[in-house]
Ligand binder design. Structure first.
Ligand code: ATP
Ligand code: LTN
Length: 327
């Protein structure tokens, strides 16, 4: 069975963007692939984090994965920092990454623009991501559109390494959702909804209360035309709402457009809010149950043991091919 792997940074609370771009695809494919889902906590510290909050978020994220439908019997679930081979392999890959290709990563350019003291870790983060993927021979990596370039870097690094050192790594492919590859900020619909945005009014977090979700959706920025149809370029706000509805209802964009073609913006927003509230309240109920049970530690312990063993084998192959150590 081919392997599928993804991770969601605990750098902020998870949003409906994280659900649609990352988790939903893993849930859909968990019956068909050997699925791995992990918490890339080392990625989160590429920017400063509060230790207490980070620790809480790591547990919350795992409980949220489960609440969103990730089945612990069908998935290997683990923390990146509990497997030292991720950073070991990352170093090896850094040594075969060209400065030029690392410099081309657009997310780094974006994220470093708005900060003063940019860490080297933020710059090398895509290489650690490549290690996360290549360590386990993942064939497919479900991610939102913003992560496509990083998966492409992982492909290039794997291809280069294999070319020089033998057939060591599987070449991974990104799986980008057909609908919802980029959920936009409700207040600024030309910008990705991102959990680390300063202004939280445009972001729907998975754990937002019903009242907050409704408020955020009802005050989403739209346009003045008054007609509901899908046109990302000229109607980014309305198109985003249609996309959100489509992702939560599993209807196609055309079906959603048809459903709302006679609606005014107020009605559309209300229906989107109803659907999002219904879905998130169900997730939140399950989330509470998982947080209160001991299941999070249980699945993480199992995952830790399994992935350390797999990673050790792969890392030894890598070392051997490079002449490192005494293999
Ligand atoms: P940050 O802003 O801190 O970088 P993020 O919100 O972009 O975080 P994650 O939550 O770590 O990112 O992303 C998890 C997965 O969800 C990734 O595959 C990412 O591409 C996807 N994702 C995140 N936000 C969106 C979005 N707005 N639309 C679609 N996919 C998204
Ligand atoms: N960089 C990703 C999170 C991430 C990831 C990964 C996703 C880290 N390692 C490996 C898929 C596979 C993000 O910021 N969303």
């Amino acid at each position: 069975m081919k392997r599928l792997l993804t991770g969601l940074q605990p750098s902020g609370d998870l949003t409906i963007g994280s659900l649609i771009g990352g988790i939903k695809q893993s849930v859909e494919f968990q019956n068909n692939y050997d699925s791995f889902i992990f918490v890339p906590d080392l990625h989160a510290i590429t920017v400063p984090q509060d230790a207490t909050l980070l620790k809480e978020r790591i547990k919350k994220n795992v409980a949220l994965y489960l609440a969103c439908g990730i089945d612990p019997n069908k998935n290997t679930i683990y923390l990146q920092s509990e497997n030292l081979y991720h950073t070991n392999l990352s170093w090896v890959l850094e040594c075969s990454t060209y400065i030029g290709e690392a410099n081309r990563m657009t997310q780094y350019k974006e994220k470093s623009k708005s900060r003063e003291n940019v860490s080297v870790g933020l710059f090398t983060y895509p290489i650690l991501m490549a290690a996360d993927i290549l360590l386990y021979d993942a064939a497919y990596v479900p991610v939102g559109a913003d992560q496509k370039q990083h998966v492409e870097l992982a492909r290039n690094l794997a291809t280069r390494f294999n070319h020089t050192h033998g057939d060591i790594f599987t070449i991974p492919e990104p799986l980008i959702p057909k609908i919802g590859a980029k959920i936009m900020d409700l207040q600024n619909p030309t910008k990705k909804m991102s959990k680390s945005n300063e202004n939280q009014k445009g972001i729907i977090f998975l754990l937002d209360s019903e009242e907050i979700i409704r408020k955020k959706i009802m005050s989403a920025v739209t346009d003045s035309e008054g007609k509901v149809y899908y046109d990302v370029e000229n109607k980014p706000g309305i198109s985003n709402l249609l996309t959100i509805y489509s992702s939560f209802s599993n209807l196609s964009i055309q079906e959603v457009e048809e459903k709302f073609k006679e609606s005014n913006y107020g009605n559309l927003k209300k229906e989107v809010a109803d659907l999002v509230v219904e879905s998130l309240l169900q997730i939140q109920k399950k989330y509470q149950e998982f947080m209160e049970s001991g299941i999070v530690d249980e699945v993480l312990n199992q995952g830790k043991e399994k992935v350390n063993e797999l990673a050790r084998k792969k890392y030894e192959m890598v070392c051997k091919s490079l002449g490192l150590g005494r293999y």
